[in-house]
Ligand binder design. Structure first.
Ligand SMILES: C[S@@+](CC[C@H](N)C(=O)[O-])C[C@H]1O[C@@H](n2cnc3c(N)ncnc32)[C@H](O)[C@@H]1O
Length: 226
């Protein structure tokens, strides 16, 4: 493990209230069966073989968006990464309740997992309402940084899409230039409504509906150049 990774810290909670017995059983029994390796490369085509399209959601929280999108597109493979155990347990509950065969989840830090992923493997990556860390002295904690922006661009297939959403002004002002700086990424917005309204395919989560930020949500959609 390199020094950068050793120095990384996850801020925020890794677990909240105690899991129910059912959730604990899913974490103990179902999660290991989802076969996400702890070491070595993480290749979506190996994790979910037989799917031609793959989608990644980073920091899926209570998993409403991940599970909702996966239930809509059973022919697409979905990978989700979330450090918060209660969120992972909710995703497992959704996978089981809906009998989904097209979802794999990892309890972990998406920065580490992104580094383990090959180039050009995802058709879509979602980073929705990442923890905002609005104070400038906490800027280093924000998920979008020059290196993660590079990985987000790198793991997209040519023509693949990235969606970053936030309802915090400083986060939008911080993330947009870092993403625009990536030569591989084209911002697809043509008019203000393209970033100021929920995209047609979006699923609103409980977190988003709480309106904790200081602006209406903005959706920054990018396409990786072919
Ligand atoms: C504000 S919540 C939003 C949750 C969800 N995306 C939604 O829109 O409802 C941010 C989420 O990002 C997760 N998170 C924070 N740092 C992360 C990291 N390094 N890798 C993956 N997820 C992370 C948090 O645990 C939390 O669940």
């Amino acid at each position: 493990m390199d020094r950068e990774r050793e120095n990384r810290r996850l801020y925020g909670r890794a677990q909240g209230h105690k899991l129910s017995a059912r959730q604990q059983a899913l974490v103990d029994e179902m999660l290991p069966g989802l076969d996400w390796p702890d070491e070595g490369p993480v290749d979506p085509a190996a994790l979910l073989p037989g799917f031609t399209a793959h989608v990644l959601e980073i920091g899926f929280g209570a998993s409403e968006h991940l599970i909702g999108q996966a239930a809509r597109a059973l022919e697409t493979g979905f990978l989700g990464i979330e450090p918060f155990l209660n969120g992972v347990a909710k995703a497992l509950t959704g996978i089981e309740a809906q009998g989904l065969k097209n979802v794999r989840v990892k309890r972990g830090d998406a920065r580490d997992e992104l580094e383990r992923m090959p180039d050009a493997v995802f058709d879509q990556v979602y980073l929705l309402f990442p923890d905002p860390w609005p104070k400038s002295r906490h800027a280093k904690r924000r998920f979008v940084q020059p290196d993660t922006a590079g990985h987000l661009a790198r793991v997209l297939k040519p023509g693949g899409r990235l969606r970053v959403a936030t309802d915090v002004r400083v986060y939008a002002d911080w993330a947009l230039p870092l993403l625009l700086d990536r030569p591989e990424l084209d911002w697809t917005a043509e008019r203000a409504d393209d970033w100021r309204t929920n995209p047609a395919d979006h699923i609103v989560t409980r977190y988003q509906s709480k309106h904790l930020g200081d602006i209406d949500p903005v959706f920054m959609d990018f396409r990786r150049a072919a």
